[in-house]
Design a protein around this ligand. Sequence first.
Ligand code: AP5
Ligand code: MG
Length: 214
Amino acid sequence: MKIIMLGAPGAGKGTQAKMLAEKFNIPHISTGDIFRANIKEGTELGKKAKEYMDKGLLVPDELVVDLVMDRFKADDCKDGYILDGFPRTIPQAEALDKALAAVGEKMDYAINVDVPDENIVNRMSGRRACVGCGATYHIKYNPTKVEGICDKCGKELILRDDDKPETVLNRLKVYHDQTQPLIDYYGKAGIVRDVDGTVDMNDVFNAILDILSK
Ligand code: AP5
Ligand code: MG
């Protein structure tokens, strides 16, 4: 099964993608997580990506596409994967379609997690991410057992650099300009399914499972 998670920054793509990956035992591929890991390791790619990410801008397509295409070659992708944060522009979607068509494959679903802009800034300021394993929490909606400490690996939690309110507003603008058109793009391909992302995260998950079972 090959799934794309669509939705605004903070809509809950990562939260749902992790749950789906666990349930179906397929990899969760998040370009944002890959960039953040590169920033942490101080790689050239990380240095370049950080310049854009800190401003809430998209990393140029040419730095993203090859990275994802390479990731598909790994053995764990043979039964499918969940794409989170990729594709994010029409050229990225076209590159993905072309690469899949070349091997006689296509995406099965594009799940659009719908959350209005008004809810987003509030959600982002409460998000905390683990520096160790990348797990994400929310101080109000999904708190850890011990404040500031990851339930899964015991490492420290941080507020992401790009989750400051002014950067979030910029990311939302970039989303509407460059990523939202993908809803139409995949709509034309007949694979978009909308879910209400404002309800409890377990209810969002059940709504997605319901879609995938049809
Ligand atoms: P990326 O890491 O992909 O960020 P994003 O798309 O902005 O999305 P987020 O990760 O912020 O949100 P999410 O939808 O995953 O929400 P989450 O589940 O955490 O990208 C970061 C940057 O990298 C980009 O700005 C760009 O610069 C660059 N980049 C990445 N991919 C790229 C690409 N393909 N091309 C170019 N550039 C690229 O949830 C948010 C919070 O809400 C959490 O605290 C969570 O606990 C909580 N929450 C989740 N669901 C619910 C719910 N139902 N109710 C209440 N709270 C909830
Ligand atoms: Mg995410």
